[in-house]
Design a binder for this molecule. Sequence first.
Ligand code: FAD
Length: 378
Amino acid sequence: PRRVVIVGGGLAGHTAAVTLRAAGYDGGITLLTAEPHPPYDRPPLSKELLAGTVDDTTLPTDLADLDVDLRLRCRALRLRPDAVESTGGAHRHDAVILATGSSPIGLAGASRAVHELRTVEDARRLRAALREADSVAVVGAGWVGNEVATRAAALNLKVTVVDAAPTPLARALPAALGEHLVPWFAAQGIDLRLRTLVDGVDERGVRLTDGGRVDADIVVTGIGARPDTGWLLGSGVPLSPDGAVEADATLRAGPGPVYAAGDIVRWPSRLFGARIRVEHWDHAAASARTAARNLLGHAEPYDPVPYFWSDQLGHRLQYVGHHHGADRLVLRGDPAGEDPWTALWFHGERLRAALAVDDPRGARDARRRIAEPDTRSR
Ligand code: FAD
């Protein structure tokens, strides 16, 4: 292709541009991003940036050195076969990489401003607000909500976490596993309210559907994110009802040379026998590398063992694989004890996924075993 347009300047868009150049592509590259900043990393936003040990998470490679035409504050509005229409005009293309990531799901019934956490501005605003506040209500005991709660508790704020589910991290982990995390909240001084539904947010804090309330100076929501793909409606790129871009095994997502990477893409995994979508850092980078190489004529199937980490509630959690469809959950070690432990999911004899708690070696071993085609339980 003479000109590749990459839409979305997050980790996936950035990695796609770097990979195209590393692979020897010397045509034009335009990178459109809605944000006012060059690409930056998001995982530190809810960790080091909130803690104040880091303020800038800009990704290290300077795209100008790679002769990438980076267009900031430029939102794509429509994909045509020959051009991307954007708030900054039309950008002609011969091939496209879609990498628009996701945006937080808003909380219904909020009559006052609540904090969300997706951008560096969100994170700086929340950091400043936490410094002024005495109490915080976090809606959603998910990955991001728990990290925020951890940080707020470390600042000695009164922290309450509210979630409708019966266990924390309920969208990611089955209840039989999530229940082992419940005592971690109290150990950090956090009041965890499960099976609790939010009715709305008002001047004093959070109203609950059972008539109760959680009074708090600030309210933070972390109830999930949705792919930013509305602009692709009518473009011919297949979208699923949840907004994901439905790609093939090479991450191609259209009749023309259109590829997708990062949070937005769902692809058929041979390893796991399912179409999967992953909203994590490692996948954003890896899928962008594959998409960029395939756009240049390779035909590599994308079939990784997904990997994700989170630092929360005094523990390092590492998740590898994909446990949907597994039929057996085995615990190694004691979740109630002080030592590292690991949960392993099997399908028949095959290891499919693992959650390692404070056990980086366990996570590494599991990742290797999941990738081996004929792994047997040992
Ligand atoms: P994004 O990072 O969302 O980037 C997409 C970019 O596209 C954005 O800049 C957006 O503004 C732009 N865009 C959107 N629509 C348009 C448009 N129409 N036109 C132009 N530009 C557009 N993952 C982990 O593995 N471990 C962690 O510990 C972890 N912590 C996290 C903490 C936080 C607070 C957050 C928010 C995420 C965390 N993640 C973590 C997830 C990880 O950061 C994401 O999976 C990753 O950022 C996805 O990269 P992406 O490039 O697909 O999308």
